[in-house]
Write a protein that binds this ligand. Structure first.
Ligand SMILES: [Zn+2]
Ligand SMILES: [Zn+2]
Length: 346
């Protein structure tokens, strides 16, 4: 009984979300969304929806304020393949594309419409797309915490793993990417966009980060890989929850992207700085309590990133994690399991 009720609730969540989701080629759906949701403030394109194993679909999202045609890339595990898949799915049909004489559509989007990288941490599955596309990329800023920028320089932009396309570190520097160190909790404007960002440190085997992105009075939060406070014992997520609880008094939290890498069954000592459905719900419960009131996070759109793809037979981590999240969703969140090439509005 419990399972079938949960399944019904899950199906309802899915269908409700479908109604608020906008695909470029479905004007009917668009009208429905205008009736049931406030005007969107942000657009997200899913360039890579998973946390590993399958190249060509690793953590990366494009985010823009709907009022402009300029994106920032939130991590860049997969870039050009993600843009190509998104073009195929019609995700960019509403974008006022610059007319570029030299470059094709994917090139124009990457070179002219992606204005900056926000990199959560230096793990390869979050930077691979940026590295391999750098020879044909345009000049732009890389925003990250200082330790993250330094590790990217030492590990990849070192003239060994890859040519140094950045403007610091080991010579010769090609100076295509200007590395900007974000100071924790300080709000920094993102050049060539209407957005600003505040970074927060996260617990992971290497320092990882969350980005609170703002446009006017609207906020969106992107989390790189992160462990839960109860496992990591560093209280880093609690700091973000406290910050957000304060911010939502005068700003609107439009949505978040956060990871759920593994199923509940995975022991805590084998999580290596990642979340399970149970731990994510505990953490969001802590945010809800800090905000207070009755059902403070009801209908908040939570996009689940970094589900670990597996080559193992007869198992579907996406389905299992979706079910476990849904069963624990007492907060009334709108949980979104994204697919590469999808456009989401917030
Ligand atoms: Zn990762
Ligand atoms: Zn990682």
């Amino acid at each position: 009984m419990h399972t079938s009720l949960s399944l019904a609730k899950w199906l309802l969540t899915i269908s409700l979300f479908t109604a608020t989701q906008v695909f470029a080629q479905s004007p009917k759906t668009h009208q429905v969304s205008e009736l049931v949701t406030p005007a969107p403030a942000f657009e997200v394109i899913v360039l890579g929806d998973s946390g590993g194993i399958e190249d060509g679909n690793l953590s990366a999202f494009l985010l823009r304020a709907v009022s402009e045609a300029n994106y920032v890339a939130l991590d860049a595990g997969t870039l050009v393949n993600g843009i190509n898949q998104s073009i195929k799915r019609g995700a960019f049909t509403d974008l006022a594309l610059v007319d570029d004489k030299k470059w094709g559509k994917a090139g124009t989007i990457l070179r002219r419409h992606v204005k900056a990288y926000l990199l959560s941490h230096a793990h390869l599955d979050h930077v691979n797309g940026m590295l391999v596309s750098s020879p044909e990329d345009s000049a732009k800023n890389i925003y990250a915490l200082a330790s993250v920028n330094n590790m990217i320089g030492e590990t990849y932009f070192n003239g060994k793993a890859w040519a140094n396309f950045s403007d610091r570190g080991i010579a010769p520097t090609l100076n295509k990417y200007h590395m900007v160190d974000l100071l924790p909790s300080k709000t920094t404007p993102i050049a060539n966009t209407q957005l600003s960002v505040s970074a927060f440190s996260l617990s992971h085997p290497v320092e990882s980060s969350a980005f609170v992105i703002e446009h006017n009075n609207d906020m969106f939060v992107y989390f790189g890989d992160t462990g839960a406070d109860v496992v990591e014992q560093q209280g880093k997520l609690a700091k973000i929850w406290t910050y957000l609880a304060k911010q939502v008094k005068h700003k609107t939290l439009r949505g978040i992207i956060i990871e759920t890498s593994f199923e509940n069954e995975r022991p805590h000592n084998l999580l290596f700085g990642h979340l399970t459905p149970e731990l994510l719900m505990q953490e969001l419960g802590s945010l809800g309590r800090k905000i207070g009131g009755n059902a403070p996070l009801k209908d908040l759109k939570v996009v689940i990133s970094h589900i670990k793809y597996t080559l193992a037979k007869d198992t579907d981590p996406r389905a299992i994690i979706a079910q476990q999240l849904n069963e624990a969703n007492d907060l009334g969140l709108t949980i979104i399991i994204p697919k590469q090439g999808q456009k989401l509005l917030f």
